[in-house]
Ligand binder design. Structure first.
Ligand code: HT7
Ligand code: ZN
Length: 876
């Protein structure tokens, strides 16, 4: 794998006019015939050859305008086909024949087989594993696809676009033909065939077109696709209402498969999903599963405009479609559910996933300038930070101007392969605002640190806020320029009302947003009659680390009064964090751990406040995770001490609040049959967090065992099982609950994934032997990405004490597993390996073990480019 540089971008020499593909399916020897019509781009050297990408391909036939091409006229390797002496001006047709082996495709890129189904995954560079092709996102063409396959085994034969027709072909075989009129890049191509069940519905678009909606699943699973179908219809309607975007084919199809490297894929008119994000019913899916399905169905559907109609010029522009589409799906979920609760969940996720990436060896800008393996750039920085950057544009411009900018983007670039610069320019042109400095958010990696201090002068009635920003050095970027940081703020007075300053100096303030643009800046607010409490970065208006030494009393004031619920949650977190950090230090030093009564009081007050929605109260009671504490501590981390300290703090809260928790546990049961709506889910969340505290104060598995026995839905069942297994791992209650769960759900792989994950995350050093013995379980299928992630991935990512054993055995185990996974599925291996991205912040003994394990990987023979790229960057 060579390094690809953004600066080297050049358009292709040849323009692709049309693509005509014929597949003759065979499990081990599928014939692919690709007829491609090209013409030379104007001004290109008339002798320039046509160079096409391949990956592990063997050429079996090559025609130019239907005539065989002599071997002297082309060069071919598995990675490249070069054809010379092509017409200077007129269009020509190249016909390429390749044979591929879907059954042997364990990488799950290109055409592969999963449970008897043929399925493709082409983003980012999978199409080149099907045929030689200009496999890059700026080559767009309409596609005609003919599929020929065994009739009995493939009653369903799908590709992109509209169905042209199909019938019997020859003995035992059938064919189907599809035409996609929308020019698309190869990464959006899809083919799916097999024997599948279908759920059907229709949607009438705002201009009256009826669209057939079809979701294909394994036979017998059709009822479990009902929620996905409902989410799809709501997504289609929402995109019309909020962004004016209408669907553009007469059919929209989704296929759920069980072997898939990522969550889902937005192929034009034919989305392919990991079945985890389609299938749900109350008995087998949790509230979180339902929320994920809603969000991912929406995300892939929204790509139809942000990704497909307007695609990326090159893979450096990935955030153009991903960051923007995540922003769109976040907004959709906020409208479908509770906006502040959704924002809290987003920020928790951003801080636990993206902030560590930005602070470690894998840090990169939202719009990178070089990569070795593009698969490794489907990162939380590109997706989630990319979404935050889009959100900040909306904050800077205001809702109406942002809408104008988006409309201009759709109008100006429909059908284009665009860049981040094209996108930003639309907002500049729509608003008249210069976004040059703001664009640093795309180009500078690292999470900015903003340090704030404030003072109030009673005699003059002025409130002064001094801010300083610093963007840390990241790989390849040692110095940084000051960024444009939009900080939403409020000045909260004693009685809880918000102060309205008479004036402000020191910088731009628009409505409730301060614009920090310099390294150091002091804002002075006048006309403030009494000392206010400043609430800063409300709604997490900028993805920054904020150091603002506020007193516990001020934080408690914000937690009680801010009109922004997110800020209230943030204040509770800020109250808890110093306690948790001190608890970790005390536990490490063998001292008694204490918990500030003010923290306990604030948490219990929020928990009991019936004016607040239950989902918010559940979030308020959920303390920062062990990983969050490690991040705040920054260096020399001892995961055992963090765990012990946090456990002691939870126990103190549990003791003090036992009565409240019993009350919440007894009263927060939603009435009637299970429904996945946000309100009922919020009640379950509050009841379950109360149950969790009760396992600490009561010190017995009895209540969780009773909850396990009486639950009538997977949310409560999985939570009770988790509490039994994590809190009382050697109890007979835990053992028998794990056994009965297994027996009850043995035929359902998605639930068995939960069974593996729950056990992989049992804290403590024993986790490793548990994981090893679970790998021996016949249900551990090493070729199924979901199963591998549920056991090995969850152990490495989500079991801080179990994985970070002081003796380094966890790291050595992971190194072995990475090498084994890499041999079959490099993408999966590389992703799981990123679990070690924060290894340098561990205490020295663990860090040494981690380095040694990474070095073992680095030195292994036959490493994939994917894993080599990650391991080398981690060790640099
Ligand atoms: N755009 C999709 C990305 C994706 C992917 C990338 C690399 C390898 C496999 C993959 N499967 C899906 C998903 C999305 O963000 O919508
Ligand atoms: Zn996406």
């Amino acid at each position: 794998g060579q390094i690809v540089h953004l600066a080297d971008y050049r358009p292709t020499d040849f323009v692709l006019e049309r693509v005509d593909l014929t597949f003759e399916l065979d499990p081990t020897n599928t014939k692919v015939e690709a007829r491609l019509i090209f013409h030379r781009r104007e001004g290109v050297d008339p002798t320039a050859p046509l160079v096409l990408d391949g990956d592990e391909l063997t050429l079996s036939g090559l025609l130019l305008d239907q005539n065989e091409v002599p071997t002297s006229q082309y060069d071919v390797t598995p990675e490249q086909l070069t054809v010379r002496d092509l017409p200077a001006e007129s269009p020509f047709e190249i016909t390429i024949t390749t044979y591929i082996n879907p059954e042997a495709n364990t990488q799950l890129m290109g055409l592969y087989r999963t449970n008897g189904i043929y399925c493709t995954q082409c983003e980012a560079e999978g199409f080149r594993r099907i045929t030689y092709f200009p496999d890059r996102p700026d080559v767009l063409a309409p596609y005609t696809v003919t599929i020929i396959g065994d009739k009995a085994a493939n009653p369903v034969m799908l590709s992109n676009g509209n169905f042209l027709g199909g019938a019997g072909y020859d003995e035992g075989r059938a064919f189907a033909a599809w035409f996609d009129p929308h020019p698309k890049p190869s990464y959006l191509f899809a083919l799916v065939t097999g024997d599948l069940g279908v759920v059907e519905d229709t949607f009438t678009t705002m201009s009256g077109n009826e669209v057939a909606l079809k979701i294909y699943v394994e036979h017998g699973k059709e009822p479990r696709a009902a929620y996905a179908m409902d989410a799809l219809k709501r997504s289609m309607k929402w995109d019309e209402e909020r962004f004016g975007r209408e669907y553009d084919l007469n059919i929209f199809q989704i296929v759920a498969v069980s072997d898939f490297n990522m969550g889902a894929m937005e192929n034009k008119g034919l989305n392919v999903f990991n079945d985890k994000y389609v299938l749900a019913d109350p008995e087998t899916a949790t509230d979180q599963d339902y929320a994920n399905i809603e969000a991912i169905i929406a995300h892939e559907y929204f790509h139809n405009w942000t990704g497909n109609r307007i695609t990326c010029r090159d893979w450096f522009q990935l955030c153009l479609k991903e960051g923007l589409t995540v922003y769109r799906d976040h907004e959709f979920s906020a409208d479908m559910r509770s906006r502040p609760v959704k924002r809290i969940a987003e920020v928790r996720h951003l801080k636990s996933e993206q902030f560590p990436e930005d602070a470690g060896p894998l840090a990169h800008p939202v719009r990178p300038t070089k990569y070795r393996e593009i698969n490794n750039f489907y990162t939380t920085t590109v997706y989630e930070k990319g979404s935050e950057v889009t959100r900040m544009i909306a904050t800077l411009l205001g809702r109406d101007m942002f809408k104008k900018g988006m409309d201009l983007y759709f109008e100006r670039h429909d059908g284009d392969a665009a860049t981040v610069e094209d996108f930003v320019k639309c907002f500049e042109d729509a608003s008249g605002r210069d976004l040059t400095q703001f664009s640093l958010w795309y180009h500078q990696a690292g999470t900015p640190l903003v340090t704030a201090s404030s003072s109030y002068d009673q005699s003059s009635g002025t409130f002064t806020l001094s801010l300083e920003q610093m963007v840390p050095a990241t790989p390849g970027q040692s110095t940084k320029d000051p960024m444009h940081i939009p900080l939403s703020f409020a000045l909260i007075l004693d009685n809880g009302s918000l102060a309205t300053p008479e004036g402000v100096t020191g910088g731009e303030v628009t409505e409730d947003v301060l614009h920090l643009t310099e390294r150091r800046q002091t804002f002075t607010f006048s006309g403030i009659s009494s000392r206010p409490v400043l609430s800063l970065n409300r709604s997490f208006s900028a993805p920054i680390n904020l150091h603002f030494d506020q007193t516990p009393a001020d934080l408690a004031h914000i937690a009680r009064h801010d009109t922004d619920l997110f800020a209230r949650w943030q204040a509770l977190t800020d109250l808890a964090m110093p306690n948790l950090m001190q608890a970790a230090r005390d536990a490490r030093d063998g001292k008694d751990v204490t918990c500030d009564p003010a923290l306990i009081a604030a948490l219990l007050e929020a928990a009991a406040d019936e004016t607040l929605e239950p989902a918010f109260r559940a979030q308020a009671l959920t303390l920062p995770s062990e990983a969050d504490i490690a991040r705040e501590l920054g260096s020399n981390n001892d995961p055992d001490a963090i765990h012990a300290g946090r456990t002691a703090v939870i126990s103190a809260i549990a003791e003090a609040g036992e009565k409240s928790f019993v009350h919440l546990f007894e009263t927060m049961k939603p009435e009637g049959a299970y429904a996945p709506d946000a309100e009922s889910a919020g009640k379950r969340a509050l009841r379950n967090i109360a149950l969790s505290y009760l396992t600490y104060s009561e010190g017995s598995p009895a209540r969780a065992a009773e909850a396990f026995a009486s639950s009538d839905n997977m949310t409560d069942l999985a939570q009770a099982l988790t509490l039994l297994a994590h809190r009382f791992p050697s109890s007979s209650e835990a053992t028998s609950a794990l056994a009965s769960f297994l027996t009850r759900f043995d035929g359902n792989p998605l639930v068995i994934d939960k069974w593996f994950s729950i056990q992989a995350t049992i804290p403590g050093a024993d986790a490793l032997s548990r994981v090893k013995s679970l790998m021996e379980n016949p249900r551990f299928i090493s070729t199924n990405p979901n199963r591998v992630r549920s056991l090995i991935g969850t152990y490495a990512f989500s079991n801080p004490t179990g994985f970070n054993r002081a003796d380094g055995e966890g790291y050595r185990f992971l190194a072995e597993q990475i090498l084994a996974i890499d041999a079959k599925n490099p993408q999966l291996a590389a992703r799981i390996l990123t679990s070690m991205r924060s290894w340098r912040s561990l205490e020295p003994q663990r860090a040494d073990h981690a380095r040694a394990a990474l070095t073992t990987i680095e030195r292994a023979a036959n490493l994939s480019t994917d894993v080599r790229d990650i391991v080398e960057r981690m060790l640099k």
